[in-house]
Design a protein around this ligand. Structure first.
Ligand SMILES: Cc1ncc(C[n+]2csc(CCOP(=O)(O)OP(=O)(O)O)c2C)c(N)n1
Length: 194
């Protein structure tokens, strides 16, 4: 199994000026790793929608890479997005799926089908151009530069060691609800000035 911070570090090395959309536990680790916070959109208050938000940005800004860091539980809620993404096949779309087999931010309840889901298989059957799966940190870190240089849509499935924390900002407050729209405005301004 791979540690969250190692996935974040491998993606950070390759992100360049990519827009990065995160879900759930990954948001916290990405916040610590990201060197371009103005291009980051956390979607913790919008469970399941990371792939759809990233897809919209990818087709709206085809010259810009978009990295979606999804949760397995979140993607289960929006599996149809795999087909929507593949239907347009954006070359700039990279879909990382963190497989911890659970809903970590609500206490670690197992997701339906935990351990039995063929995530790369779902992506390929939906029409993604390629899909990779990693359970080893070294292998993931070695392969990431090559994968991120390929054309999308690509799924990168990572088997991660669960981190259960129930206070990651999913408790909705006026302040936390304002973060995602503020970051969307930030990304829009960045893309407009590019
Ligand atoms: C429609 C809806 N149902 C349930 C929730 C409660 N909820 C918030 S986060 C979460 C778990 C997210 O799981 P996953 O995407 O696997 O990420 P992880 O917590 O494992 O990092 C759940 C069930 C929600 N926010 N919205």
């Amino acid at each position: 199994m791979i540690e969250y911070q190692d996935v974040a570090a491998a993606l950070q090395r390759e992100r360049g000026d990519a827009v990065v959309v995160t879900a759930m536990t990954q948001t916290r680790f990405w916040k610590a790793a990201s060197d371009r916070p103005e291009l980051d959109i956390p979607t913790n208050n919008s469970m399941g929608k990371a792939s759809s938000i990233g897809f919209g940005i990818a087709i709206g800004a085809p010259g810009r890479k978009v990295i979606v860091q999804d949760g397995d539980g979140s993607l289960i809620m929006n599996l149809g997005s795999l087909i929507t993404v593949a239907g347009k096949s954006p070359k700039n779309f990279y879909h990382v799926v963190y497989d911890n087999g659970m809903y970590a931010v609500t206490g670690g309840q197992p997701i339906p089908g935990a351990g039995n889901i063929d995530w790369p298989g779902l992506a390929l059957a939906s029409g993604y151009r390629a899909a990779y799966s990693f359970d080893d940190t070294e292998e993931m870190a070695t392969e990431m530069p090559r994968i991120m240089a390929e054309e999308g849509p690509i799924m990168i499935h990572v088997k991660v060691k669960p981190v259960i924390t129930t206070n990651l900002g999913v408790i909705q407050t006026w302040e936390s609800n304002a973060v995602m729209p503020a970051q969307m405005r930030s990304v829009k301004a960045e893309l407009a000035s590019a």
